[in-house]
Design a protein around this ligand. Structure first.
Ligand code: ARG
Length: 400
């Protein structure tokens, strides 16, 4: 088929991406497969993953620790954008794909590869994200997606792999399809495919069931600098530490479970379960600090930007002119979003119970109902007269 000579393959260590190695070589005539596994905080034993790629026939097996970049360059922007796809999903998987695509392209350029490959099937969102991101970063690199074309069932895939020394999964493989990184977990398939069925407790790893969470609330304080979380309980934290620690603290109170029916890019609806304790808390806290520090019109206008931002990130357009333009808007709005937010964690809830900022636009002597009130009550009458004038005219006209 003459697809490509040298290929950089996005590698996870699972059966599908492992089978991609012999498949690319033997079915598609690829001469050399270089694998690249990204460490995004998924908690896999990456040295074993690295070795498995070599055993499966890779000529070179690379592991890249990109956790810091993942949080700094991808998650933090999403927090500043209060990004929630369809108002709920904090985009943990969606945010990782453009970063993986970036290191795939860099590796392909460095090794003189003419294509990159991934193990996505033709039904998901991730293929869309990979393909478009690679095209945006280097339109001359070919994209190979064997699993989108090979048409093998799970059993056939395993059998194909066995022919080339790829061991079939030792433990009875999980009925679920799971994606995990620092920002959270996504769980699909198995019994979850019936949208009427409650998810079994066994699928959760980062969040406790409410009946097992502490019976006392826990208070935490999150400090933000220009819209970026920088401290936890007054202590400066590195980006990765902050996310990891907040995942543990909030997950312990059962916070950040999401069960939703989601509209995929490829047109179908899917049932998704997420756990994203840190992102869930951070977005709520960040949004609250914005209400204190942004003017009313910026706050309201930004809501529309956030909706669009979430959609384009979900839809695979991370590297796009629209995304860059929205980023410029969002960055400008964040200049004064510094301060701290107090959050009460209790029984699956993250209640925002206090916020403060040097840049607070909250004006006590205007807001108070007490004697110190400086608000000019008399000015309200003229304001309301003019503000309501169009409505008054409309009413008079329609009574004629
Ligand atoms: N639906 C989510 C997204 O498209 C997560 C998909 C992750 N994959 C999985 N096998 N659980 O971003």
């Amino acid at each position: 088929m003459g697809h490509a000579k040298k290929v950089v393959l996005a590698y996870s260590g699972g059966v599908d991406t492992s089978v991609c190695i012999p498949y690319l070589k033997h079915e598609w005539g690829v001469e050399e497969v270089i694998t690249l596994a990204a460490d995004l905080g998924q908690g896999d034993e990456l040295e074993a993953v690295r070795e498995k790629a070599l055993k499966s026939g890779a000529s070179e097996s690379l592991v890249a620790d990109v956790k810091l970049s993942f949080v700094k360059d991808y998650a933090f922007g999403a927090i500043q954008a209060n990004a929630l796809y369809e108002n709920r999903y904090p985009l943990g998987t969606s945010l990782a794909r453009p970063l993986i695509a970036k290191i795939l392209v860099e590796t392909a350029e460095k090794y003189g590869a003419d294509a990159i490959a991934h193990g996505c099937t033709g039904k998901g969102n991730d293929q869309v994200r990979f393909d478009i991101a690679v095209a945006a970063l280097n339109p001359n690199i070919k994209i190979l997606a064997p699993a989108r074309e090979w048409g093998m069932s799970r059993e056939q895939t395993i059998a194909y792999g066995e022919k080339f020394g790829i061991p079939s999964p030792v433990k009875k493989s999980s009925p679920y399809s799971i994606d995990r990184n620092l920002l959270g977990r996504s769980i699909e398939a198995g019994v979850l495919e019936d949208p009427a069925t409650e998810p079994p407790e066994e699928i959760y790893l980062m969040t406790k069931e409410i009946s097992h969470t502490p019976d006392e609330p826990e208070y935490i304080e999150i400090g933000f600098t220009r819209g970026i979380p920088t401290t936890l309980n007054g202590e400066p934290k590195s980006p990765v530490d902050l996310i990891e620690q907040l995942n543990l603290v909030a997950g312990n109170h059962g916070i950040g479970r999401i069960d939703m029916i989601e509209n995929r890019v490829v047109g179908i609806k899917s049932r998704e379960i997420y756990e994203a304790p840190a992102m869930f808390v951070l977005i709520q806290a960040h949004r609250d600090l914005e209400s204190l520090t942004l003017t009313s019109d910026v706050t309201h206008y930004k809501r529309g930007i956030e909706e669009t931002y979430s959609q384009i990130v979900y839809n695979g357009l991370w590297y796009s002119p629209l995304k860059a333009a929205l980023d410029a808007f969002i960055q400008k709005t964040q200049e004064r979003v510094s301060g701290s937010v107090r959050v009460k964690l209790f029984k699956g809830n993250a209640f925002i119970v206090g916020r403060s900022s040097e840049n607070s636009l909250y004006t006590p002597d205007l807001a108070t109902y007490g004697a110190e009130d400086k608000f000019n009550h008399k000015a309200a009458e003229g304001f309301i007269y003019i503000w309501g004038l169009p409505t008054r005219i409309w009413s008079q006209q329609s009574r004629k």
